[in-house]
Design a protein. Structure first.
Length: 332
């Protein structure tokens, strides 16, 4: 029996056909195709062993269906239950709990609310006014204001004064915003993490929003720490497809952003070098998941998350990838 991998995507043009072609060329009893959905019934079996989700954060119907597909036994990349619950403030708290360096972070009450919220009745648990000076003293200046549930560099503001912080907050509308310490970085790295096993640290310029092919941009010690901390985070979150941003200050890598469960996999963004790697690595991961599915009860459990560690199913703990390439193709 041939196993099927389904792909749910948005406007992407380069990754989907390359991934489907790569999987279908392997001749491993696994095929890949684009998912087609009409109006699924609540007890409808899922025809896919694995579904790769690249767009449900923008199309709620897909997220709703993917939770039912997971219930039917499909291995969904990424876990729709965790993705639904994740946010940047929780991520900051999780990193801190795991002993991973993270910028100081504070979450703010919403500036505005949906119609029907009566401020003096519905918001009686909120303190007012906010202690803005206390927030600034804790975080420091400059600071970053951003959407706790956002991504793709949207609704992100660098605030260099308390007045600027308050001004940007006042324009945030219905968004839940976090304030974060600004890290004056010496090096910036974006890691692509796949299967909770493999990490590719890539030199990245956030100003240009551009990857750079460079195989000697990290010392062995720094590279090993970034890979180890990246694996610790994705295993805690249970993400099989994620990108993480690390800002290095005084030799210490700070986890800046790691809620990217649908990371950019465009040919022009990644460069041909890393695009070829990610297509093959995604094929490896999804074929493995199709042939060796994880127990759904284990994946739906939260105990391991709050214990601060988790490993992929089957065969014991996964070995950390290290920059010398002994466990994964990561740059030296």
């Amino acid at each position: 029996m041939t196993l099927k991998i389904g792909l749910i995507v948005g406007r992407e043009w380069s990754f989907p056909p390359a991934f489907i072609e790569e999987v279908n060329s392997r001749n491993e009893g696994v095929t890949a195709e684009m998912v087609q959905l009409g109006a699924p019934a609540m007890d409808e079996p899922c025809p896919y062993a694995v579904i790769v989700d690249r767009i449900s954060h923008e199309v709620p119907f897909y997220r709703t269906y993917l939770k039912q597909a997971a219930l039917q036994g499909c291995q969904v990349v990424n876990n729709p239950f965790m993705w639904t619950a994740d946010d940047k403030f929780f991520g900051a708290a999780l990193a801190t709990k795991l002993g991973i360096a993270h910028p100081k972070t504070v979450v703010l009450p919403n500036r505005d609310y949906i119609p029907g919220i009566v401020h003096d009745e519905s918001l009686r648990n909120l303190q007012y006014p906010l202690d803005w000076q206390g927030i600034a003293d804790y975080i420091g200046m400059p600071c970053i204001l951003k959407d706790a549930h956002g991504g793709g560099w949207k609704e992100v503001y660098v605030c260099r004064s308390l007045d600027e912080l308050i001004e940007n907050y006042n324009s945030s509308g219905l968004l839940t915003m976090i304030v974060q310490e600004f890290i004056e970085w010496e090096q910036f790295i974006r890691c692509i993490c796949l299967g909770q096993e493999v990490v590719m640290p890539i030199k990245y310029d956030p100003g240009e929003r551009k990857y750079h092919v460079a195989h000697d941009h990290l010392s062995p010690e720094l590279g090993q720490r970034i890979v180890h901390d990246s694996l610790k985070l994705v295993r805690a979150l249970g993400y099989d497809m994620n990108s993480m941003e690390w800002a290095v200050r005084d030799g210490i890598p700070y986890a800046i952003d790691f809620m990217n469960p649908a990371p950019d996999m465009d040919l022009y963004s990644l460069t041909p070098h890393y695009f070829e790697w990610v297509v093959k690595a995604m094929a490896d991961m999804t074929i493995k998941l199709a042939k060796n599915p994880r127990p759904q009860v284990r994946e739906a459990g939260w105990a391991s998350l709050f214990a601060g560690s988790r490993h992929t199913g089957g065969g014991g703990p996964v070995q950390d990838a290290v920059p010398d390439g002994s466990s994964a193709p990561v740059p030296a």
